[in-house]
Design a binder for this molecule. Structure first.
Ligand SMILES: Nc1nc2c([nH]c(=O)n2[C@H]2C[C@H](O)[C@@H](COP(=O)(O)OP(=O)(O)OP(=O)(O)O)O2)c(=O)[nH]1
Length: 131
């Protein structure tokens, strides 16, 4: 049976209504694909705690998780991901790409110009239709 991993990812919007997109590095699983920054939920953590911790670790800034935007299971070749995307608000600092190859801010209508990790497509499509 395939292993299932629970992953939280942050949808962070700036004052110009742009959304933060992060490019996975060539060394990561799913190399060179775009994602919403985040990572695996640890034992005993709430989803909200997990995303706030992951963002601090990966982007060296503080966010507050507001609510769950999208929750889906996606089956990859070697594992199943339960990807939970949470809307988050930047509360302190500016995101810096420490583990990612790069991060960019994009308007909703341009989100589909990137090569997204397959599990992210449903959240991306919902965001594009959101307004
Ligand atoms: N962070 C993140 N991971 C995603 C997304 N979409 C998607 O399929 N994934 C997959 C890629 C990875 O297999 C898994 C997350 O693992 P990760 O490597 O980013 O998490 P982590 O920082 O906790 O990893 P680790 O090195 O500590 O084990 O979920 C997404 O939008 N954000």
């Amino acid at each position: 049976m395939k292993k299932k991993v629970k992953v939280v990812a942050a949808i962070i919007e700036n004052d110009n209504n742009e959304i933060l997109c992060a490019l996975r590095s060539p060394k990561m699983v799913l190399p060179n694909m775009w994602e919403f920054p985040g990572g695996k939920v640890e034992k005993g953590e709430s989803l909200y705690e997990a995303i706030e911790r992951e963002i601090k670790e990966e982007l060296k800034c503080n966010v507050k998780a507001i609510d769950i935007f999208n929750d889906i299971d996606h089956e990859y070749e070697n594992f199943i991901v339960n990807l939970i995307c949470l809307k988050c608000k930047l509360v302190e600092g500016n995101p810096m790409a420490c583990e990612h190859s790069k991060i960019i801010w994009l308007k909703r209508e341009n989100l589909d110009s990137l090569k997204w990790a397959p599990a992210d497509i449903s959240a991306v499509n919902r965001l594009i239709k959101e307004r």
